[in-house]
Design a protein around this ligand. Structure first.
Ligand code: FES
Length: 560
């Protein structure tokens, strides 16, 4: 339905633009306004234009009532509340104008020329003129807000926004100025003998009975608008009452926050109702993806994602277990982690952020650590320690680079590297295993080179895991670099530490081996517990990573 709302909104907004441009011609003269009106009528008073305009008006109103009915609470962000309020305020202001112009013309042939309509507003019914200006302001603001929140997800929008803003301010101002100038001109011309009779009273072909009928139509239309609104509000309240009897779900957020809401609420609605800040650039319309959450406990009870939700999640490359909070209506208790900060910029929506600006994706993380380095460093001059570490980092960093990884952290004697950032987790897993073998061989070669300096060969432990992580450029100024944060990183680090317990050079999660297509039948299997995971993690231990038989690459080409 979002597309229908947008399409009808665009039609109505186009009508407003052409109407305002026509009004603005009053800055030149009443005659210019009348000439512009001929084009305006050509556009909107043919059968197709009429169908498009009034069809859009009715559909837009019905869609507004529908979303009002479906709303489970009214705790809205300020901009959304304002847009909703303006949308609801429009019909009562619009009906009298519509009945007095288009309907009077259709039913009684009353001409709604600028001279006549402006004279009425300017000289005979100034209150109606003020109402008209209020309608202009409300309709325009509502339309601009709708367009802004619809278009701001487009990558080109930030460049065009300034121009749009200028136009958004200028156009209604010019329209009101044009209307004012036309008003002054009608007041002047009204002093000319016979002008009012010819220009204002003459075109009004209505009989008293016609006027009565017109008044009845106006009242009925206003009653229909008010009645439909009241009915929908009542039906919505009854729906919310019924939903409360259907039980509640408890949603746990990080830092111990909780929301308890009736079944049927979306996770985003639950966050809003509980006052938990939650990103929602598109206002919960399932378009921007900024509300996405990683579901922890309770994931097995969730209703499946709709095709539209899957489409958006696929577009941002979301990892398994990630859902759109504005589309997800849990039926049982669950825990969620919002993945984007509440005040996220629209540029983060739909993956339109600049490369490295931060996104959640599946990656492969490798940790490597030199065994017993403290002992090696003992009784060595600082210069020797730095020299040794730099040789070691060059060997490890070179192996990672040659395998297509990104070595992004050198801390103490440990190294962290990312694989598959651009190429995906399967490719990343193969490259990470290739890197592990290269690292071991390079460190052995380094040991051989430094044999005279070392009491024992250098030994290394490597852990590799695959999973979702937030990947982006982090740090400050020149220390900013591409890195990853999340449980996957912690698990990879823990696997590296497990190499000590299992006396191996490499510990990989079975998931990495599976993604890489590695034959693990000969590798010892263990199950370990890791944080934030209820199920134990299956791992494989490689005693001699230098002899690791890597699978062939796709297409049969043997791995280097
Ligand atoms: S708020 Fe935009 S997709 Fe959920």
């Amino acid at each position: 339905m979002a597309w229908l709302r947008a399409a009808t909104g665009v039609v109505l907004f186009t009508f407003l633009v052409t109407h305002f441009l026509n009004h603005a011609l009053g800055l030149h003269s009443l005659a210019a306004q009348e000439a512009g009106r001929a084009w305006f009528l050509l556009l909107w008073r043919n059968p197709l234009g009429t169908l498009l305009l009034y069809g859009s008006l009715v559909i837009h109103w019905i869609l507004a009532l529908r979303s009002l009915y479906r709303r489970r609470h009214f705790r809205l962000p300020r901009w959304e509340a304002l847009q909703l309020l303006f949308g609801l305020a429009m019909p009562p202001l619009l009906v009298p104008h519509l009945v007095g112009t288009r309907l009077a013309w259709t039913l009684f042939g009353t001409s709604d020329t600028y001279a006549r309509v402006v004279s009425v507003f300017w000289m005979f019914d100034p209150a109606a003129g003020v109402r008209q200006i209020a309608l202009v302001a409300i309709a325009w603001t509502h339309g601009c807000m709708g367009l802004h929140f619809w278009l701001r997800l487009r990558p080109w929008y930030p460049r065009a926004a300034r121009t749009f803003l200028v136009a958004a301010v200028l156009l209604p101002v010019l329209a009101v100025l044009g209307f004012t100038e036309a008003g002054k001109e009608t007041a002047r011309r009204a002093r000319e003998p016979g002008w009012l009779d010819v220009m204002v009273r003459g075109p009004d072909t209505r009989s008293p009975a016609d006027r009565e009928l017109q008044e009845r139509v106006r009242e009925r239309l206003l009653a229909a608008v008010g009645g439909s609104l009241a009915l929908v509000l009542l039906a919505g309240a009854a729906r919310r009452l019924r939903a409360r009897r259907g039980g509640v779900v408890r949603i746990a957020y990080p830092e111990g926050r909780r929301a308890v809401v009736p079944v049927g609420f979306t996770v985003l609605e639950a966050s809003r109702r509980a006052g938990i800040p939650h990103a929602s650039v598109c206002g919960g319309r399932g378009r921007c993806s900024t509300c996405r959450v990683r579901v922890g406990e309770g994931a097995e009870l969730l209703p499946p994602a709709s095709a539209a939700e899957i489409r958006v999640l696929t577009r941002v490359g979301a990892a398994p277990g990630v859902r759109l909070a504005c589309q997800l209506r849990p039926t049982g208790d669950l825990s969620v982690v919002p993945l984007l900060p509440a005040g996220v910029d629209p540029a983060a929506a739909l993956g339109s952020a600049a490369p490295g600006a931060g996104r959640e994706q599946e990656i492969v993380v490798l940790f490597a650590d030199l065994r017993g380095f403290t002992r090696i460093a003992e009784r060595r001059l600082p210069y020797d320690v730095v020299f040794l570490l730099n040789q070691y980092f060059a060997a490890v960093g070179g192996a990672i680079k040659r395998s297509g990884g990104v070595a992004n952290q050198f801390a103490g004697d440990g190294v962290m590297a990312l694989f598959g950032v651009d190429s995906g987790p399967e490719d990343g897993a193969r490259r990470a295993l290739a890197a592990a073998r290269e690292i071991v061989l390079s460190v052995r070669a380094l040991s051989a080179t430094l044999a005279e300096e070392l009491r024992a060969p250098l030994r290394i432990g490597i852990g590799v895991h695959v999973g979702p992580a937030v990947v982006g450029r982090m740090g400050f100024e020149e220390t900013e670099y591409l890195t990853a944060v999340g449980d996957t990183v912690h698990v990879a680090s823990r696997l590296e530490q497990l190499t000590k317990d299992y006396a191996g050079e490499l510990v990989v999660s079975e998931e990495v081996a599976r993604r890489a297509g590695l034959d693990v039948s000969a590798l010892p299997r263990h199950e370990v517990t890791v944080r934030n995971r209820r199920e134990p993690l299956a791992i494989r231990v490689v005693a001699d990573a230098g002899a690791l038989a890597l699978p062939a690459r796709r297409g049969g080409e043997p791995e280097r």
